[in-house]
Ligand binder design. Structure first.
Ligand code: FAD
Length: 427
């Protein structure tokens, strides 16, 4: 008789809520990871995220080997894998941490049904956020759709419980099973090494984060996003630490939770406007324009530098993400879903809630979004945030004073965007 702990986007042993609960159950625990064909089949063979997942699993595997245990790694359609696990093992309990994306919710509901039909007890835990689902709501129980009151309520609630409990999994390591399973190589799961890799995160910046975070050339943000996405760091540890160290940094972690609860409570926003009044906008959706944007060939240095950084590294600085997103939606009048999908392919830290939330913010179609008539001027953004052009020169090798010819003229594009939005918004 065994308990299974199912790793998904929580690829660490320390301070892991669901794993802690599994290790406390009275059964021997087998930790499991499934490479899900439904996700993998859509990805290129050198996908950098799959590389990072594989590398993170290897780290977990090495730690387990030291205590004479190991990870069970499977690949296939999740449903099929679970069916065969049920035949192979006498599974009594399954534990996992919750994932709030629409695909994951649907998958987990189907797996729960399958397991429960086989009399397996399934338990899911909150691990990737401090507050989930409907834990932070207005007095009348409705979801906050504006960030600042959400943040205030979040802080108020956090203060009553700070520091949040961290789960001491290590004290329970004796409860892991004592078999040794071979871990498949990257090639064995059908992938190959990527030249793009995830950087280690960096928290040394923290004392002056608020002064440096907006300047891409300084490169002084935490690089935590892929680690938060795949759970190689614990959000509880980070928040407990940020709470005492830096309010602005803490606010960014709260933005992450804000968008997670928005996606959970309004799953339609995965591909539709949060504000349906914006559904009537007549986008130009010009494919040739989109290609130039993707390749970083718009003639606007800040936009092009950002897109090239993304294409080369799988990362783009937040300030520049805002500039390129605004440019696509407003200057080129291409609907945000195109840009969101491109980011989803390229970003190492791709997370549906943050990506959709921020894209809709930039397009003006989201909750608490920038007003539609505010159109970023990419050249002014550059003057403000990359005055010396160091960021631009880093990513545009051929940059000189006469760089490119803007593919659209700013004043014209601005007026066109405002007029198109105005005409499309239902009054
Ligand atoms: P830091 O500045 O060090 O921030 C620390 C952490 O706070 C981040 O790791 C992230 O978890 C969180 N955070 C910061 N800003 C935001 C934000 N605006 N919204 C939500 N969480 C935030 N972030 C993603 O994690 N995944 C995405 O797919 C994603 N897509 C984006 C798309 C657009 C158009 C824009 C404008 C922003 C997007 N962001 C996304 C938010 C933000 O740009 C990244 O989280 C940040 O650049 C990651 O770098 P960092 O970890 O060094 O950030």
């Amino acid at each position: 008789q065994v308990s299974l702990f199912w790793f998904r986007r929580d690829l660490r042993l320390d301070d892991n809520a669901g794993l802690f609960q599994a290790l406390q159950s009275s059964k021997v625990v087998i930790p499991l990871f499934i490479f899900d064909d439904a996700i993998l089949d859509k990805l290129p063979v050198n996908d950098a995220r799959v590389n990072f997942i594989h590398q993170s699993l290897s780290t977990v595997q090495d730690a387990l080997a030291q205590i004479g245990s190991s990870l069970l790694v499977k690949k296939g359609q999740t449903h099929v894998v679970w069916k065969s696990l049920l035949e192979e093992y006498d599974i009594q309990n399954v534990f996992y941490n919750k994932d709030y994306e629409p695909y994951a919710l649907e998958r987990d509901a189907a797996i729960c049904e399958l397991l429960e039909q086989s009399n397996v007890k399934v338990q899911a835990f909150k691990d990737q956020v401090i507050f989930e689902e409907k834990e932070i709501t207005k007095a009348d129980g409705l979801t906050y759709t504006v960030y600042t009151p959400f943040k205030n309520k979040w802080l108020e609630k956090y203060k009553t419980m700070a520091p949040v409990v961290e789960y001491d999994t290590e004290s329970l390591y004796a409860n892991f099973h004592k078999n040794s399973y071979a871990m498949p190589t990257l090639e064995e799961i059908g992938f190959e090494k990527s030249v793009i890799t995830v950087k280690p995160h960096n928290l040394k910046f923290i004392s002056n984060y608020q002064d440096t975070r907006d300047f891409p050339a300084m490169d002084k943000t935490s690089y935590l996003s892929p680690h938060l996405r795949f759970g190689t760091v614990s959000v509880r540890k980070l928040v407990n630490w940020a709470f005492h160290k830096n309010d602005v940094f803490l606010s960014e972690l709260i933005w992450r939770e804000f968008f997670m609860q928005i996606l959970f409570n309004f799953p339609k926003i995965a591909n539709r406007n949060f504000k349906s009044a914006y559904d009537g906008i007549e986008w130009r959706n010009d494919e040739a324009d989109f290609k130039r944007w993707c390749e970083g060939k718009t003639g606007y240095p800040m936009v092009d530098a950002g897109m090239r950084q993304l294409n080369e590294t799988g990362y783009m600085h937040n300030r520049v993400r805002m500039v390129v997103a605004s440019f696509l939606c407003k200057h080129l009048l291409i609907e945000w879903q195109w840009g969101e999908a491109y980011f989803a392919q390229k970003l190492l830290d791709y997370d549906m809630s943050a990506n959709v939330g921020n894209w809709q913010w930039a397009a003006g179609t989201g909750c608490d979004a920038a007003p539609y008539f505010r159109v970023f001027n990419p050249d002014i953004q550059q003057k403000k945030f990359d005055e010396k052009g160091s960021y631009i020169r880093k990513w545009i090798k051929e940059f000189d004073l006469g760089y490119g010819k803007p593919m659209v003229e700013h004043a014209m594009a601005r007026d066109r965007a405002i007029a198109t939005y105005k005409a499309g918004i239902l009054k």
